[in-house]
Design a binder for this molecule. Sequence first.
Ligand SMILES: C[S@@+](CC[C@H](N)C(=O)[O-])C[C@H]1O[C@@H](n2cnc3c(N)ncnc32)[C@H](O)[C@@H]1O
Length: 279
Amino acid sequence: MTEIYDVSSFERNRKWYQEDLAQVNEPIRRLLDEYSRVPSSEVVKHVKGIRDRAFAISPYPCIGLFRFTNLTLITHPLYNKIVELLKSDSKKASYLDIGCCFGQDLRQLVFGGVPSERLVGLDIERGLLDLGYDLFLDRETLKSDFVISDILKAQGKEWQSLEERGFDVIHCSAVFHLFTLEGQITAAKNIARLVKKGGMIVGRQMGNVKPGNFPALIEGSFCYQHDVGTFGEMWERVGEATQTCWKVEGTMDLININPIDTLEDEGSRRLLFTITRTE
Ligand SMILES: C[S@@+](CC[C@H](N)C(=O)[O-])C[C@H]1O[C@@H](n2cnc3c(N)ncnc32)[C@H](O)[C@@H]1O
């Protein structure tokens, strides 16, 4: 795939690297405290240490600016319903977190009472998945599977077995917005094959009141930012190409948006979405 970032471009990457972390906020603080048992006095140092190791291998703004500490799924309007569905022994529902990074949202579900073996995380970068165990100190206890795969390629035995299994709930946050529109359509067509009929994809990403191409992480490269309308149009195209049907619902707000950040502007919005497979 086309590289998304350049690890050697320190000067550019430092634009989205925040040196210090004053505090770790709820709800991840409670997760680190009660699930991971990181001593309270050590939490900031612990998170910063993991962040620095992660930024060295994957210099994303969500890592450099500590945005991974703002848990996403828990803010989704369907969160409680998703937890109940995944906890239910009779429904045996399944969950896949695409671009899960450290698996922070997955751990929050486990902390919320979901059996960890019902949850799968997927990421292209093995190092981030490994650092997830170091961040949450659960290498010996977590029973979730983690798959290393590229959603732009969707190849290999592991991807095949994800397709055969199918998922009721897919979480995909801060992932589509990394790619061009063409890349997003490729990824969405691949992801569409993983969703059971009646299943859903939930998440958030960087949206914009003026949808279009915006500067991406590598100098001179671009990514596409949607509003709810263009995101819906993209899923119509995906539906036509995959003979599936999707209902797209979304909202745009200013939560965790900072227009003075290098990669944001006054039109930037958090796009929170639910994409339900109807056919
Ligand atoms: C910006 S982070 C978002 C992490 C997390 N979902 C969140 O909301 O904080 C993007 C994640 O997607 C992963 N990723 C990027 N390109 C990918 C690809 N082609 N296939 C699978 N994962 C990818 C990255 O390694 C990274 O963990």
